[in-house]
Design a protein around this ligand. Structure first.
Ligand code: ADP
Length: 183
């Protein structure tokens, strides 16, 4: 399952697969605020990308302390094909009221887009942020991430290509069906 949607000269793609194998300019990591990449997509990223990603993350924490929810930082990508890993701290769904969690998830994806523009990236791969260990309902997660992506791609100054890379078929189907609503 791979579906693409166009808006102006930009592309949104829904891909079922492993985000650590993509070759976009950056992949997004669903990180925790201490950037300890010990589980989920974060562990997959450091396993394939190498120790440099955890080492650079530790340096960031040493310099600036824990990363607030909704914020993104970046490191190099080690052995991955991408140039950068953008580490974003999505909301833990169990820690916030639903409306607050929604706002933090919006903030999270937009922090990734802001960094992408700052780094002059053309393409980015994004996982289903907060929908794993952090328990965000997948259909609402998809709705928020895709709606914000649509708004971003409509802008003149934006990424050329955003792909959502979903690990399992169920999540990929949810994202594909959601994208059909907006694009
Ligand atoms: P969070 O703590 O933000 O919920 P997780 O890493 O637990 O982060 O999960 C985020 C999403 O990433 C989940 O939907 C999970 O299935 C998915 N995921 C896990 N490994 C990978 C991978 N290698 N590529 C893409 N997505 C992945």
């Amino acid at each position: 399952l791979d579906i693409s949607f166009e808006i102006k000269d930009k592309i949104l793609e829904i891909v079922k697969g492993d985000i650590t194998l993509r070759n976009t300019d950056a992949i997004v990591n669903a990180a925790n605020k201490y950037l300890q990449h010990g589980g989920g997509v974060a562990l997959a990223i450091v396993r394939r990308g190498g120790d440099i990603i955890q080492a650079e993350s530790n340096m960031i924490i040493r310099n600036q302390g824990p990363i607030p929810t909704g914020k993104a930082v970046y490191t190099s990508a080690g052995n991955l094909k991408s140039k950068y890993v953008i580490h974003v701290v999505g909301p833990d769904y169990n820690e916030y009221a639903p409306d607050a969690a929604t706002e933090f998830l919006k903030m999270s994806i937009n922090s990734c887009f802001d960094l992408a523009l700052k780094l002059r990236l053309k393409s980015i791969s994004v996982p289903a942020i907060s929908s794993g260990i952090y328990g965000f309902p997948k259909d609402r997660c998809a709705d928020i991430l895709i709606q914000e992506t649509f708004k971003h791609l409509e802008k003149r100054e934006s990424l050329k290509r955003v792909e959502f890379v979903l690990f399992d078929e169920i999540t990929a189907d949810i994202f594909a069906n959601t994208a059909k609503k907006y694009f």
